[in-house]
Design a protein around this ligand. Sequence first.
Ligand code: 5GP
Ligand code: ZN
Length: 111
Amino acid sequence: MNCLFCAIVTGDIPASKVKENANVLAFNDINPQAPTHILIIPKAHYENAAELAAADQKVLGELFAMAREIADEKTLNGYRTVFNTGEDGGQTVFHAHLHLLGGRSLQWPPG
Ligand code: 5GP
Ligand code: ZN
């Protein structure tokens, strides 16, 4: 399988790592949309958030727990967590990833 984020997990492709534990890795998005834009991913491969939720709810919860830890460490004044799923959802990398966005006032609704 040829997966960009699996290659980041193994270290074959470099990334700016923010935090990790046994199951989860957080790294800076290469094309940030906010002053803080971090991707939080399961180390195991799942195509999207729905696949992850069906297979491992514990790790799904760990993604949000890590988002909170990072937001606390950065003392963000609020933040947004987003899973884009499928083509119309705007997903471009098909390894589940939680976007953590913050550091500015975010617009709602999103485009
Ligand atoms: P999606 O559109 O699938 O929800 O989000 C994919 C995200 O991955 C995008 O925000 C994009 O900037 C980011 N991304 C794509 N390629 C790389 C890469 O090689 N390294 C990092 N750190 N982020 C990437
Ligand atoms: Zn993968």
